[in-house]
Structure formats: structure tokens, C-alpha cells
Design a protein around this ligand. Structure first.
Ligand SMILES: Nc1ncnc2c1ncn2[C@@H]1O[C@H](COP(=O)(O)OP(=O)(O)OP(=O)(O)O)[C@@H](O)[C@H]1O
Length: 264
């Protein structure tokens, strides 16, 4: 019996940048605006273009076993967020194969999975149901979610009136407590509030210790070293190294120094 959680084979994602081809540029734009309301497109991040296309990911292949905690690393624009979005089914790959065994919960875009007209309470149930949970299971976690998110007073207010911090806290609390089998975390989008960050990190550690599969994107090398068994390093959309966290981290440090030297 396999204990595979995720398998990617030659996964590629191409974005069209051609201003003279408004229909496909518009399609990508609408895709990102509707599905990823908080993403800000930064043209400076374009790393490799060919005929006005950019391959945000190119031929990415790797496997993650159940219970593994894997860091996805790489410089700005390496393709980390695009990879997490494909695994979270927010965007589709252009080419390649994705196999996922288990319910995926994503902490990649605060509030992306909320319905803005529904209240905090209703969104907790909505997200639980999307994750395949029964009402009774959600009831059992409900109070913990609300108190972790610190939104007691706003529980019956539509989420469209929440601040981005409140949405971030509630999104984290829901995904962390509703126990998806595979957890996808992009720490960059974590809530700015320092006290909440510390609380979230402790929760992430607890989740990791519970034996669930975690994909973790972070620029915080100490956090990566502390919680990840393995790391995958991306550069310009390609996997350039994968292996034990220590090995990849030391390679990444020297790679960053070389890059800085080139820039100076
Ligand atoms: N909707 C889009 N249209 C065009 N290009 C895009 C789009 N989304 C991402 N890209 C490009 O894909 C590449 C990978 O972007 P991605 O956001 O995955 O990088 P990242 O590794 O997460 O970077 P960071 O650490 O800065 O968040 C970048 O060059 C980016 O400009």
C-alpha cells in the first residue's frame, strides 16, 4: 500500500504577458483577480519570458509522502506561490500531472475561501463542509476556532466587513482546526500581528507533530530548519535541489550570497 500524499510529474504553468493578445492576458487577469483577490501582480518578478510568455513553473516533479513536512524554498519569483495555488486547486497547471491523496487545507491567501456575504459563523461551516467534514465534527471544533481567531464579537457579521487581519486570523483558525490531511502554508501571507504569529507558529508545530502532511513556504530559515524534514529549492520555476533540510538550507544560503555578489 502506498503512503504517497502528493505526486507531481513535469508540472508546468505558463502565463501570457502579451499585451497584443488581450483575450488570454485578460483571461489570466480575471482568473487571478476572481480566485485570488489578495494577489498583487508584480511585473518586476518576471524571470524568464519567451514570446511574451512566462513559465512560472517548468517540469516540476517531486513526491511527498504522508506525514512528511516539506519546505518549498526559493528566491522571489521562483514559483513557490504558483505551485501552492495549483496544489490548492486555485489555478490549473498548463501541462503535467498532479496526484493528491487526502483533503487539502490551504493557508495561502487570507480569506480566499470565504464567501463575503456570509457571516464568520456561516463561513466556518462552509469551509468545514468543503473540507468534507460532518456538521457534528465542525460543531466540536467551533468554539476553539472562534476563540483562536479572536472574532467572538463579529461572529454574526458578514465577512465582507472584516478587516484583512480578522480574515487572516479566521482563515488560519479554520484551516488549522478543521484538520485537513494535507496542509499547505504560505507564511508570507500570515497575519502581521506579532502575538498572533507566535500563536500560529505554535499551532503549526502542533499540527506537524500530529503526523499530518505539510507543505511550508517561508523565508524564515529558522522556522524551516525547526519544522521541516525535507526541502525543495526552486529557481526560475524549476526544481534545482531537493533533499534533507540542512543540505538544501546551506546550499540556499550560498546561492543567496552568490546572487548578492552578482548584484553588487
Ligand atoms: N497571474 C500572473 N500573470 C503573469 N505572471 C505571473 C502571474 N502569477 C505569477 N506570475 C509570475 O510567475 C513567477 C512566479 O511567481 P510566484 O508568485 O509563484 O513567485 P514566488 O516564488 O512565490 O515569489 P515570492 O517569494 O516573491 O512570493 C513570477 O515571475 C511571477 O511574476
Amino acid at each position: 500500500m502506498t503512503n504517497l500524499a502528493i505526486r507531481l510529474e513535469n508540472l508546468s504553468k505558463r502565463y501570457c504577458l502579451d499585451q497584443r493578445n488581450p483575450s488570454s492576458a485578460l483571461h489570466e487577469f480575471i482568473d487571478d483577480i476572481i480566485r485570488s483577490p489578495l494577489r498583487q501582480f508584480n511585473p518586476k518578478k518576471q524571470v524568464k519570458t519567451q514570446n511574451n510568455y512566462i513559465w512560472a513553473l517548468k517540469d516540476v516533479s517531486f513526491e511527498v509522502n504522508q506525514g512528511e513536512v516539506v519546505a518549498i524554498m526559493g528566491h522571489n519569483g521562483a514559483g513557490k506561490s504558483v505551485l501552492l495555488k495549483i496544489l490548492s486547486r486555485i489555478t490549473k497547471p498548463t501541462e503535467g500531472y498532479v496526484e493528491i491523496h487526502g483533503r487539502v487545507g490551504s493557508m495561502i491567501e487570507a480569506g480566499a475561501s470565504f464567501h463575503p456575504e456570509l457571516t464568520g459563523r456561516e463561513n466556518i461551516y462552509l469551509n468545514g463542509i468543503i473540507l468534507g467534514m460532518k456538521r457534528g465534527e465542525i460543531n466540536g471544533k467551533f468554539d476553539e476556532i472562534v476563540s483562536f481567531a479572536e472574532i467572538e464579537a463579529f461572529l454574526d457579521t458578514p465577512v465582507k466587513h472584516y478587516s484583512s487581519g480578522m480574515k487572516g486570523r479566521l482563515g488560519f483558525a479554520i484551516t488549522a482546526h478543521l484538520e485537513p490531511e494535507i496542509l499547505i502554508i504560505d507564511e508570507v501571507l500570515a497575519v502581521e500581528d506579532v502575538a498572533f504569529q507566535e500563536k500560529s507558529f505554535l499551532k503549526i508545530k502542533e499540527i506537524v507533530q500530529s503526523g499530518r502532511t505539510v507543505l511550508f513556504v517561508s523565508h524564515n530559515m529558522k522556522a524551516v530548519a525547526k519544522i521541516c524534514d525535507r526541502a525543495i529549492l526552486l529557481n526560475q520555476g524549476r526544481v534545482i535541489l531537493q533533499g534533507k533540510t540542512d543540505t538544501v538550507l546551506s546550499h540556499y544560503e550560498s546561492y543567496k550570497t552568490n546572487l548578492k555578489n552578482l548584484e553588487n
